[in-house]
Write a protein that binds this ligand. Structure first.
Ligand SMILES: [Zn+2]
Length: 512
């Protein structure tokens, strides 16, 4: 009960408060107020107490603007009327309110120039885009950018800065000074630079509440990045250089320098953790640069393969070394905003002809040795079993014995160790080597590291090699034993012309 009473009391207070406020606001004073009504373009924009105060405020603002834009005259609207009035309405506006209203309706102006850039980009569009709605076509045609400046030189200088972000300064200067350059050997000459869009500069009174460019750096940045720059910050990392950062950000070094006024050149110092402005460059106008380019291009030599049936398959030798050639190429290049859009070769002259590399490869089946095969055991030896069938199963290699338990097993040819394993019901401790000619060799029944054939240990091969090793011919790769499915100490040796069990196996005796 008590709480409800308090609630009602509060609501009553709120209502009475609202009432008092509204009564006070709408009531007319019984005592008249003397002041000035301010008219702009014939319409009242407010009532002020003191005409002098407004004039003083306007003067202060004019001085501020004069300083800001370094001009002598600030133009105020000429249709302001300030008329003395006596009113019973006690509504008095502040001087700043009146000033702001004037600036909103008819701003103060300064003499300057308006640059109007109209993009001529519809002829660049593809057919598909041209079939767009008329509305869209209008939007393309009407794409204009308006820039307020106080002197024309500022604009000219900023345009030059933009162009310099696309071309080399020396080349630009030569073009600008109409120097005649003849290329003795290689190099580039700018033949033409032009802005593809319509640019009109007209003298006008610029409202001070609009953006007015007075600074070359700011205007250049605007011309390069546009109205709504997608500016991002890049944090300098350990091995970064200005060139690397520009590259990573898909910008030219000059674009990067324009985006970061504190960086003077590509050699400017940058420090770890420094934030650098990077972003998508979207120039306000379209710069076309036409260049004459002469450059020497390297012509890579070709490798020609000849086949010789007196050599075995897999064998090869270089009959003639290759040598790169050099060709001088003269080109015409058209760049739009720094990107090459057209390029064609005017002429080309061979300075140094390329020399083909000639490689001779063996075409003969490698039935017999090519000299690179090496016997896998010591001498003398005994062939205990040949390739053929044994107990209903193919015997895919030869068995070599007679050199004794633990005697070395050698790689039969240069190659790469691709397998060291244990096959309990097969070759026991064994090794597979892949050779450069595409052949594979396998060596079975080696003893283990303990010098016996029991499984559960590592094979003796692990004492000498590991998978992935390059081995020379006649390099020790293990020790003879009788592990796996074996009846006595011997080496089981296989040669395949591809991966074992997928390719064809040969009689190894034909290779020696
Ligand atoms: Zn065997």
């Amino acid at each position: 009960m008590k709480n409800r009473n308090i609630l009602w009391l509060c609501i009553a207070f709120i209502i009475s408060g609202v009432l008092t406020y509204s009564i006070k606001n709408t009531s007319k004073n019984t005592i008249p107020t003397e002041g000035y009504r301010v008219y702009l373009e014939g319409k009242s924009i407010g009532f002020i107490k003191s005409k002098d105060e407004l004039n003083k405020y306007i003067n202060t603002q004019q001085e501020r603007l004069k300083n800001q834009y370094k001009v002598d005259t600030i133009y105020i609207p000429n249709n302001i009327d300030i008329i003395k009035e006596i009113t019973y309405d006690n509504q008095i506006d502040s001087i700043t309110d009146i000033y702001n209203k004037i600036n909103e309706i008819s701003p103060f102006t300064i003499k300057g120039y308006q640059v109007v850039i109209t993009k001529k980009n519809d002829n660049e569009k593809s057919d598909e885009q041209q079939e767009d709605t008329e509305e869209h076509a209008d939007a393309i045609l009407n794409e204009t950018v308006k820039i307020n400046i106080l002197n024309k030189e500022l604009f000219a200088k900023s345009v030059e800065n933009v162009i310099l972000s696309f071309v080399d300064e020396k080349q630009f200067n030569a073009f600008a000074n109409e120097e005649t350059i003849e290329l003795q050997t290689t190099g580039e000459i700018i033949e033409n630079i032009y802005i593809e869009d319509d640019i009109i500069i007209k003298e006008t009174n610029i409202p001070v509440n609009e953006t007015i460019f007075t600074d070359e750096e700011a205007l250049t940045k605007y011309l390069v990045f546009g109205d709504n720059p997608k500016e991002e910050k890049y944090t300098v990392g350990k091995d970064d250089t200005i060139e690397k950062i520009a590259d990573k950000s898909s910008m030219s070094v000059n674009e990067l320098l324009i985006a970061n006024s504190d960086l003077r050149s590509a050699n400017s110092l940058i420090y770890l953790g420094q934030k650098i402005s990077v972003g998508r460059v979207s120039p306000v106008f379209t710069t076309v640069i036409e260049k004459h380019v002469v450059e020497d291009q390297t012509v890579k030599f070709k490798t020609v393969t000849q086949y010789d049936n007196s050599m075995y398959q897999g064998q090869s030798k270089t009959k003639q070394e290759g040598r790169n050639g050099k060709t001088r190429v003269t080109q015409k290049i058209k760049m739009i905003n720094g990107e090459i859009t057209q390029a064609y070769i005017v002429s080309s002259e061979e300075l140094v002809p390329a020399v083909n590399k000639i490689v001779v490869k063996g075409g003969k089946q490698a039935k017999r040795g090519d000299g690179a095969w090496s016997w896998p055991t010591n001498f003398p030896y005994i062939i205990s079993s040949r390739v053929g069938w044994r107990w209903g199963k193919p015997h895919r290699g030869i068995d070599i014995c007679g050199t004794g338990r633990g005697s070395p097993i050698y790689a039969a040819r240069e190659g790469e160790v691709v397998q060291i394993t244990y096959q309990s019901a097969g070759l026991g401790y064994m090794v597979t080597i892949k050779h450069d000619n595409g052949y594979y060799t396998q060596y079975g029944h080696m003893q283990n590291v303990k010098g016996n054939d029991r499984k559960g240990y590592e094979g003796s091969a692990t004492k000498y090699i590991k998978v992935g090793d390059r081995v020379r011919a006649h390099q020790v790769i293990g020790e003879m034993g009788s592990s796996g499915s074996s009846t006595g100490v011997h080496l089981h040796f296989e040669i395949w012309d591809g991966p074992p069990y997928q390719a064809t196996y040969f009689n190894p005796l034909l290779f020696y």
